[in-house]
Design a protein around this ligand. Structure first.
Ligand code: NAD
Length: 343
């Protein structure tokens, strides 16, 4: 195994903490990428990894992602992430969560945790009994989905302005992949503005019911990405923009809420080469984290909404810098985030 410092994802993490508690079986990594802007904030993932190396790599990669996301959201928070190495059965006894909470607490607030894959709101409540460094507890803002949806809606309008010359989306055709919490909320905002919508979801009933309510069309979930429209809005899975799918896009802009939309950085270039406007995912989908971290500086709903309102401005800044520099919007966003965290 290479030394920690030599791992490609190490990227000058401020610190990486490995916890091993034989009494409870807890094995966890807490990676702190940056505290330049404030305490490192990012969720805890509870996952069964193929090996320890995979767990460490995931923690490092996700932690750097949180640094960038929180910085670009204008939050007084750095970036970090925790992973708990689950067993094959995903058993999660309370003693294990208690031991993890003590691990979080031992960092004295340099790391603030929140919910991620495999962790529930109830788990967050359990953690909060042994550490106060937990964000997104019940009564602290609730479900992030509606806030993410509102930010994505504003970002879609910004993309329309950039690609079509107007942010009035009346009659603009938008294809939405995935109509769950984020995509469904987005569809409702856009329908209220008179946009023409095509919806798809692997849960076909969900898409059909929403389409009936909003007067939209539906297509099969495997063909939404090649629908001829003005804007494609991915709101389901990551890594959907591949060589093949980008080559088949029949739209002028991609703007959606899904995380990690580009399969690799090459697709950022491919979109640019095709003249397709791309809204970097972690910039457009920051509404949820803006809400989850509201207690870091006691922000109220008005302050949260004001922060979400800055998403279109950030996107325009990225697109302008991209045009001036010749770098892709994804590269520009990373560079802006690095500047903000003092790197
Ligand atoms: P969700 O589970 O509520 O909705 C996702 C929807 O996508 C579901 O209806 C699901 O059936 C559908 N889906 C799954 N695979 C699909 C496919 N191949 N084609 C079409 N539809 C498919 O999840 P969500 O909270 O709306 O999150 C959607 C995306 O946004 C995820 O990538 C998530 O990581 C990202 N995101 C969410 C938030 C948030 O606040 N909820 C914040 C940031 C990013």
């Amino acid at each position: 195994m290479p030394a920690l410092w030599d791992l490609p994802d190490f990227d000058a993490h401020e610190s990486v903490h490995m916890f091993d508690d034989p009494k409870t079986g807890l094995r966890a990594v807490i990676a702190i990428h940056s505290t330049h802007l404030g305490p490192a904030a990012g969720g805890t993932r509870f996952w069964h990894y193929a090996d320890q190396q995979a767990a460490l790599t995931d923690a490092l990669r996700l932690s750097r992602g949180m640094s960038y996301k929180n910085a670009m959201a204008g939050l007084a928070a750095g970036g970090g992430k925790a992973v708990i190495l689950a067993d094959r059965q995903y058993s999660k006894p309370q003693e294990l969560l208690d031991a993890f909470a003590r691990a979080v607490d031992s960092l004295g607030g340099r790391y603030i945790t929140a919910q991620d894959v495999g962790m529930s709101e109830d788990d967050m409540v359990t953690l909060s009994k042994n550490t106060r460094h937990v964000a997104g507890l019940p009564g602290q803002g609730g479900d992030p989905g509606p806030y993410t949806a509102r930010g994505v809606y504003l970002g879609v309008k910004a993309a329309a302005k950039r690609a079509l010359g107007t942010d009035d989306v009346r009659g603009v055709h938008i294809a939405i992949q995935g109509v769950g919490s984020v995509g469904g909320g987005l569809a409702r905002y856009l329908a209220a503005d008179g946009a023409k919508l095509t919806l798809a979801d692997v849960n076909a009933e969900r898409a059909t019911a929403l389409a009936a309510e909003l007067g939209a069309q539906t297509v099969a979930s495997d063909s939404i990405i090649s629908v001829e429209a003005d804007i494609f809005s991915p709101c389901a899975l990551g890594a959907i923009l591949t060589d093949t799918s980008v080559a088949g896009l029949k739209i002028k802009a991609v703007a959606g809420g899904a995380n990690n939309q580009l399969a690799t950085s090459a697709q950022g270039q491919q979109l640019a080469d095709r003249g397709i406007v791309y809204a970097p995912d972690y910039v457009i989908n920051a509404g949820g984290i803006i809400n989850v971290l509201r207690h870091v500086d006691n922000a109220d709903d008005a302050a949260i909404n004001a922060r979400i309102d800055t998403i279109p401005g950030r996107l325009h800044q990225i697109w302008e810098e991209s045009e001036a520099s010749g770098d892709t919007p994804a590269e520009v966003a990373d560079r802006m985030a690095q500047r903000l965290i003092g790197r």
